[in-house]
Design a protein around this ligand. Structure first.
Ligand SMILES: C[S@@+](CC[C@H](N)C(=O)[O-])C[C@H]1O[C@@H](n2cnc3c(N)ncnc32)[C@H](O)[C@@H]1O
Length: 228
């Protein structure tokens, strides 16, 4: 099986990403029309991290998101359960850990900040993932979730839905090492909670001060929260 379905069976998700890994970074940049770099920079800046901070980048994949975080001077670790993705990013100079977001191999309250970009949507029980992230974050520590969301401008929203369902799988066929995964990508984005609903889930998982900022008209939303 080369793609997961919306039940997000962890084995299917991990092997789908293993199969995507080889051309993941380039496919991302092509499909997002280069916007992925700006989204990663915005995540780093929202976390407010710097030298002396200990940061967990969860569902880090090839660690492309982790190296952007490390530019802050913080000590950043990449964690992901797809060994294929971690291996594809082997040349990136950040520590990497094979780990499941719902059962993290870290003690309580060890991180100053935790972040997950384009990963939470793929976690089989994402509320459990949010609770685990709260467990490993110290009181006063920060969370940023960067994830596809619901466009806020109506005309734009219609064009975007067409892009997701029609153009994206076609472009993926030309660029990706596992084009079927991008059918799952489109489906999982459409099924994902909107900005306000995700904020509620983050609050329910034990985070406070939850707020969000839309990027690229709400194609992506960055949710920010603080560990009480
Ligand atoms: C779209 S990639 C995002 C990679 C990277 N954060 C980025 O911004 O490009 C999603 C990643 O989530 C990982 N993932 C999904 N469910 C996971 C889980 N339960 N535990 C750990 N990683 C998971 C996948 O293996 C995949 O590498």
């Amino acid at each position: 099986m080369s793609r997961a379905t919306l039940d997000k069976n962890p084995r299917d998700v991990a092997s789908m990403f293993d199969a995507v890994a080889r051309r993941y970074d380039i496919t991302n940049t092509v499909l997002s029309l280069g916007q992925d770099r700006a989204w990663r920079r915005a995540t780093r800046s929202a976390l407010g991290i710097g030298t002396g901070d200990l940061v967990l980048d969860l569902a880090a994949g090839t660690a492309v998101s982790t190296v952007e975080l490390a530019r802050s001077g913080a000590w950043c670790v990449a964690a992901d359960f797809s060994v294929g993705m971690l291996r594809a990013g082997a040349a990136r100079p950040v520590p990497k850990v094979a780990a499941d977001a719902t059962k993290l191999p870290f003690g309580d309250a060890v991180f100053d900040a935790v972040t997950i970009s384009f990963g939470l949507r793929n976690v089989v029980d994402h509320p459990a993932g949010l609770r685990e992230m709260a467990r490993v974050t110290r009181p006063g520590g920060r969370l940023v979730v960067c994830e596809f969301s619901t466009p806020v401008v109506p005309v734009f929203s219609t064009v975007y839905k067409e892009y997701l369902m029609q153009a994206l799988p076609r472009v993926a066929r030309a660029v990706s090492s596992n084009p079927d995964a991008y059918v799952y990508l489109a489906e999982s984005i459409r099924a994902w909670p909107d900005q306000a609903a995700l904020a509620g889930q983050i609050r329910d998982a034990g985070w406070s001060d939850v707020r969000w900022r839309n990027l690229t008209g709400g194609i992506v939303a960055m949710h920010y929260a603080v560990k009480a």
